[in-house]
Design a protein around this ligand. Sequence first.
Ligand code: CA
Length: 227
Amino acid sequence: MRVLVVEDDEGIATGLEAHLRQLGWAVDITDSVDTAWTALRVEPFDLVLLDLGLRGGDGAEVLRRLRQVPPARLPDAATPVLVMTARDQVAARIECLDMGADDYVTKPFDPDELSARMRALRRRSLGRAQPLITAGALEVDPANRTVLQDGQPVELSAREFGVLLALIEVRPRVLSRPQIEAQLYSWDNALDSNAVEVHVHHLRKKLGEAVIRTLRGVGYFVPEDKP
Ligand code: CA
């Protein structure tokens, strides 16, 4: 999952970044309405964490612009938005929810509660209610970042898990290499050009060749279960 954090408090932003990256998510930070809007117009994000009290303006402006654009014209127009507000900002929270925000937390918040809410939003945005994702003999747990195959735990690196989760969440849709990379790496992460291929290679060694298929020239996908 790729997350855009819009937060002008450097301490909070840095703490959030560390917490979310450690969960295997790609995190990008912006600190103003304009930089957030620029990011959303050019990059695909799966979720936006939005602080309302930005120095350069009202964070709700990002939400307003995002939800006004017809979805076909902006890849992120339907991206879930989780608003971060001060405890006493009840009116602002109501306004944001009615403007198209999907959830909120009040500061100071517990980071684990925040990430659980983010997983819930991700499930909903993918049309899924169950916390575990099953595919054939695989059972993937996004919260605990564990994988069982035929009931047996499989050891995966953080990146391997990220690639598998990205593909299995949207199966049987095909994801291109750049689409997978976008879910694993943010702007400032160095990236080997063949990193995704290497992770897929390792995943196939650990889980079997048939788990991840290649659509030549397009990308990778996890096939649907055979009836
Ligand atoms: Ca702020």
